[in-house]
Design a protein around this ligand. Structure first.
Ligand code: AMP
Length: 508
């Protein structure tokens, strides 16, 4: 495999690309000026018809990286005929989830807006009939999730023998979900002579095997090597008793001026219960767990995106498949059972150059989970105590302070007499029994968190460059605006090295 390594901060204007005027106009309307790194690398290669193996996460601009050159190549077939036969499927884009499929299809529609090329999206959980009608009319670009595409193939609604381009997007996720057999079947229907583009957050051995089987002499493009993914997430760990966790969340939101956040819990029951009690504390909260229907999930998502909901309390399973990124803050109300879920959770914040906050509330019983997490992060984490503002006057009167509890890995033999210091006469807090974090070595922690300036709007909206109005999908919901890909980049922090991957979704 030929490797093409990246100059991460290289900027190149779209005007260097010689895109067809119809595509260039759409790009200009989207408000894009410079290509993102993945675009600068991938577009010229795809224009040459080469196979590509791209390591890039959602939020890097990879949709345009494959869509624009693919559309440019499709323009050779552009025609205004009403005959379906003149509009066979020539490009197929496969994605793991309905939300991603819908999102990518919307983007492609925008890019193809001034062309005669037709595109459509098919995914499960929706009536097949409208999709069938659209397919029967003929579409050049078909975006699909694997399962539903197979249904349409079996029903003879989709014929794939003229496909020239196939894109396997979020391929690692498709494999995680168990789509490999479906992918293999779909790929077996495609002509051997074609261009195949595979995008994945990581190049695991399984992904490499898939690439070896289906890609021909691909160019490898990486915008961030999987183990070096830079992020801008401020990670904080607080020692908090279970009973104080809600208070901790409320206080941190207030202190930081954060309007919206995700709160992750480990169980369905805990999720519903926590959402209810946060509601009682005056926060507009929605619970997302496995018992919620797809419709309820989408409604919750839409309300959150509109800023009508302050907190989305979610289990890991329910949060998968939700197209929500760049949330200002993520709270781990529970430390995840699975250390890798930590990476997925915190990846909801701090994307695309925006700073984000990830707060983990560590209970005394979380020792083993924290040990697993440290193993994954390959570093010791500093656990801080938390002072509750409303307690301070009283506490000081009594000479006590709420120290949370002993840090989970604190040496039990150390002095733990905070609670026996009631008789202290001075008003200074007693020495804490947990280890105060020393000044973090990580340069990111030296920088104070900056709350989003446009507080009225969700932070990802405020950070977004204004763009052409995004049409509402007939299928799902309004979409986020252009990500702040070129926002001033704060100093990157190397987060969860190994596992720092695209942190999104799973097919439902
Ligand atoms: P993606 O990684 O494809 O999901 O793209 C993330 C977001 O970045 C989308 O909202 C795109 O509209 C936006 N985007 C893609 N390319 C660019 C670009 N060159 N300049 C600005 N925004 C872009």
């Amino acid at each position: 495999m030929q490797a093409l390594r990246l100059l991460a901060h290289m900027t190149q204007s779209f005007s260097n690309l010689n895109l067809a005027p119809s595509l260039a106009r759409a790009v200009a309307e989207m408000g894009y000026e410079n290509m993102t790194p993945i675009q600068a690398q991938a577009i010229p290669v795809v224009l040459q018809g080469r196979d590509v193996m791209g390591a890039a996460q959602t939020g890097t601009g990879k949709t345009a990286a494959f869509s624009l050159p693919l559309l440019q190549r499709m323009l050779a077939h552009e025609n205004a005929s009403t005959s379906p036969a003149r509009h066979p499927v020539r490009a197929l884009v496969l994605l793991p989830t309905r939300e991603l499929a819908d999102q990518v299809a919307q983007q492609i529609k925008l890019y193809a807006k001034y062309t005669e090329l037709r595109s459509a999206v098919v995914f499960g959980g929706m009536d097949m009939k409208p999709q069938t009608l659209e397919l029967k009319k003929g579409v050049e670009v078909l975006v699909a999730t694997p399962g539903r595409l197979l249904d349409h193939i079996e029903a003879k609604n989709a014929v794939l023998n003229q496909v020239e381009y196939v894109v396997l997007d979020e391929a690692d996720r498709m494999l995680d979900i168990g789509f490999l057999p479906d992918l293999q079947r779909i790929l077996s229907y495609l002509p051997k002579q074609r261009t195949t583009l595979l995008f994945s957050a990581t190049f695991s051995p399984e992904i490499k095997r898939l690439a070896n089987s289906y890609l021909q002499d691909p160019i490898t493009i990486e915008v961030a090597r999987p183990n070096e993914t830079a992020s801008t997430v401020e990670q904080r760990f607080y020692a908090v008793n279970d009973d104080d966790k809600r208070r901790a969340i409320k206080q941190i939101l207030q202190q930081r001026g954060i309007k919206q956040a995700f709160v992750f819990v480990n169980s369905k029951l805990g999720c519903a219960r926590l959402a209810r009690s946060l509601e009682r504390e005056g926060l507009v909260t929605t619970a997302l767990h496995g018992d919620k229907s797809q419709d309820e999930r989408l409604k919750a998502l839409e309300a959150f995106k509109k800023g009508e909901v302050d907190l989305l309390v979610a289990t890991d399973v329910a949060a998968r498949g939700l197209d929500i990124k760049d949330v200002p803050a993520v709270f781990n109300f529970d430390i995840p059972f699975n250390a890798e879920d930590y990476v997925h959770r915190i990846g909801r914040t701090g994307r695309a150059g925006a700073s984000g906050l990830a707060v983990s509330l560590v209970s005394p019983s979380d020792g083993r989970l924290m040990a697993d997490l440290e193993k994954l992060l390959k570093k010791k984490v500093e656990i801080e105590g938390i002072e509750f503002e409303s307690d301070l006057p009283d506490i000081r009167k009594q000479g006590r302070i709420n120290d949370g509890h002993r840090a989970w890995r604190e040496d039990e033999s150390r002095d733990s007499s905070a609670s026996t210091r009631d008789s202290r006469s001075d008003s200074r807090p007693p020495r804490r029994e947990y280890s105060r974090p020393s000044r973090p070595a990580d340069p990111f922690f030296d920088r104070p968190y900056e709350a989003p300036s446009e507080q009225a709007k969700p932070a990802w909206e405020a950070a977004a460059k204004s763009t052409a109005p995004r049409g509402l999908s007939a299928n799902i919901k309004p979409k986020r605006r252009v990500a702040a890909l070129f926002a001033a980049q704060p100093a990157p922090v190397p987060v969860p090295q190994e596992a720092a991957q695209s942190l999104e979704t799973a097919e439902s």
